[in-house]
Write a protein that binds this ligand. Structure first.
Ligand code: HEM
Length: 353
């Protein structure tokens, strides 16, 4: 193929008219559970808020243990609207994780992972891990006391796993302890490795959704209506995004994100230290497990159990492939409801104790 042929091939497929034709053609199913189709788009929108506010924060943030805390303090007190940008970045991260969980559980219960959508689900599971890593790495960046000790505890938990745990902990910390080297690493993950991975996986995820169209649950296969994506669905999406901006503005204005005190490795750990809410159900579980279970280390067992559950997420689309197997469908429904109740219950329990 000559260069000109390639250019023509790309032009034909990427021309505005092709995109317009695709948008014209795209339709979204309408049925009793269509509301759940909005949560993927909402997660995507909040991700773009993260990218935009994150870039603005980078203009002033300095990633070293000597300067990080002071640079965030400067952003909060001296930079015009710096407090607003930082608060929106932090609130939007939390809101994004919440909408991501809702999106994941809704596609799970609607069985949107049935063939041919296995890879869409798999890319989603990778995105879940990437987003959680964004949260964990970002939390340390202000280099305050709470973040310092939460990172110490979090990485210590990873270190408990037999054989691979210690090397992973040392890799994350950049040594044996949480130091400036840990901050440099987390900064690197947070602003380059994770954004690059997230962009690639989001591209694959959204492209596959575009390719396969939206999944319709078996129950509505013969009764659903269709709605044009452009302009009907996208305008509804837009209303949700404008509402999200409103919610973020209210949260940032009424509850600006706290900074606390600068990290000090020699200070005692603050009493009752807790991780961010999305890690709390795991943290609380590890606290409740007895030191020894059947002669084995309770904490190690708990961590291994969470790893097994995380691995199970990858095989969901391969064990349940069609609505015909009613028994399997029921088992997965019960497992999904139990997981949801467990996560919500343990999170609340973690907060009140
Ligand atoms: C950054 C994270 C994510 C973003 C930005 C995202 C975005 C989207 C978008 C825009 C859609 C189309 C609209 C919709 O169905 O809501 C979608 C569909 C889908 N997502 Fe995600 N998603 C993310 C994470 C996940 C996760 C964690 C899973 C599951 C483990 C997942 C599984 C799926 C599946 C199976 C579909 C197809 C739904 C259907 O055909 O009806 N996604 N995603």
């Amino acid at each position: 193929m000559k260069t000109e042929d390639i250019k023509q091939w790309i032009d034909e497929r990427l021309s505005i008219s092709t995109l317009a034709a695709m948008a014209q053609k795209k339709e979204v199913p309408v049925h009793r559970h269509s509301i759940w189709y909005y949560f993927g788009g909402m997660t995507l929108f909040l991700f773009t808020v993260q990218v935009a506010t994150g870039i603005l924060l980078l203009l002033y943030y300095r990633p070293s243990s000597d300067n990080a805390f002071e640079s965030v303090q400067f952003i909060m007190t001296e930079v015009k609207f710096g407090w607003l940008i930082r608060s929106i970045h932090s609130w939007s991260a939390n809101l994004m994780i919440a909408t991501l969980f809702i999106h994941m559980f809704s596609v799970f219960f609607l069985r949107a992972y049935y063939p041919p959508r296995e890879v869409t689900w798999l890319s989603g599971v990778f995105l879940l891990f990437i987003v959680v890593c964004f949260g964990f790495s970002g939390y340390l960046l202000p280099w305050n006391k709470l973040a310092f000790f939460a990172t110490k505890v979090g990485t210590e938990i990873a270190g408990v796993v037999p054989i691979v745990g210690r090397p992973i902990m040392r890799f994350l910390r950049g040594g044996d302890d949480v130091t400036g080297a840990t901050l440099t690493r987390f900064y690197g993950f947070h602003i380059s490795v994770l954004p690059a991975a997230a962009t690639a996986f989001i591209a694959v995820h959204v492209l596959l959704v575009q390719l396969h169209g939206m999944h319709v649950p078996a129950k509505y296969e013969h009764t659903y209506r269709k709605m044009k994506f452009f302009p009907n669905f996208i305008l509804r999406d837009l209303i949700g995004w404008i509402l999200a901006i409103g919610v973020l503005a209210v949260l940032a204005a009424l509850f600006p994100w706290e900074l606390g005190e600068k990290a000090d490795a020699f200070a005692p750990a603050p009493a009752g230290i807790k991780p961010e809410w999305y890690f709390l159900f795991m943290f609380q579980t590890l606290k409740l497990i007895p030191a020894k279970v059947l002669g084995l280390d309770g904490e190690v067992l708990g961590i291994m159990a969470f790893n097994v559950v995380a691995m199970l997420l990858f095989i969901v689309p391969f064990v349940d492939r069609s609505p015909e197997n009613r028994r399997r469908r029921m088992i997965l429904n019960v497992a999904g409801v139990l997981a949801l109740v467990y996560i919500v219950g343990m999170t609340i329990y973690g907060y009140v104790t």
